[in-house]
Design a binder for this molecule. Structure first.
Ligand code: 5RP
Length: 263
């Protein structure tokens, strides 16, 4: 791996812990203005200092993030569908690598839809993006999306999807936590981060999800809704950091969250 690729990855997955807390705010590219993401700048600004990286589209980056930030950017570059369209899986490249270079990003993110009618399209486009990423020294984060057609997020499916993405050259992968998650980790040769998914019932559920994923070998999270849809987002991201970077327990994270939320 060339110096540039290593340096960009090191900006995201911190060398001192080998972990990362990425803040995901790319949801609008197909969900539109979802709850608590109606004003991206308002959502992002207070959380940016606590994020190891932020995942977003070029439109939100240019319109809603201060270019003076030192927080690394992971640019969402797949899309072209919407929640009301015929298929969430019908994604293609929506931002070229030259634009990613222009925006000084640390990585680009691209979803694959294994098991859907758009499997081939998304895998071929992932491969083309990785070719360009190797040329410019920009790592590709593959996102193992699960189309509506495939609600099964079990270890068998996620192991398949993560391994295929890694075989095609993704440098790290965002997937979902599942039962027997260690099987997904142990069959994937590149680092895995987990998405949080739709907002969970309680903060403790989020800490348990994060803790379990780290214990089973994830290098961190790329989390959105369970942070910024929380009543106390800043306390939330700090508690998640406590687990990811300090190996805190669920209870320690909960105690930190409760001590911070009143501030
Ligand atoms: C949306 C995404 C999000 O980046 C990903 O799902 C992480 O966000 P959340 O924790 O809210 O699931 O890819 O398509």
């Amino acid at each position: 791996m060339d110096w540039g690729m290593k340096n960009r990855l090191a900006r995201i997955i911190k060398p001192d812990t080998g972990r990362t807390v990425m803040l995901a705010v790319d949801h609008g590219y197909f969900l539109g203005p979802i709850t608590k993401l109606e004003d991206p700048r308002k959502t992002i600004e207070p959380l940016l200092p606590y994020a190891d990286a932020i995942m977003l589209t070029r439109g939100v980056l240019r319109s809603s993030v201060d270019p003076n930030t030192s927080t690394p950017i992971v640019l969402r570059v797949s899309g072209g569908q919407s929640i009301i369209g015929p298929s969430l899986a019908n994604e293609e490249i929506i931002t070229c690598m030259k634009e990613a270079v222009r925006l000084n990003v640390a990585a680009v993110a691209f979803s694959i839809y294994i098991g859907t009618e758009y499997e081939h399209q998304t895998l071929i486009n992932l491969s083309k993006l990785i070719d360009e990423g190797e040329e410019y020294g920009i790592p590709v984060l593959a996102v193992t999306a699960v189309g509506k057609e495939l609600e099964k997020r079990d270890a068998r499916f996620l192991s398949l999807a993560c391994r295929i993405a890694a075989e095609l050259g993704a440098k790290f992968i965002k997937t979902y936590y599942c039962e027997n998650f260690e099987k997904v980790v142990n069959s994937c040769p590149v680092p895995l981060v987990i998405a949080g998914g739709p907002k969970l019932e309680t903060e403790r559920d989020v800490f348990q999800l994060t803790y379990d994923a780290i214990q089973k070998g994830a290098v961190g999270v790329d989390m959105g809704r369970n942070i910024w849809q929380s009543d106390h987002p800043i306390a939330m991201i700090q508690a998640i950091r406590h687990i990811v970077h300090k190996n805190a327990s669920v209870k320690e994270a909960e105690d930190l969250f409760n001590s911070l939320k009143t501030k």
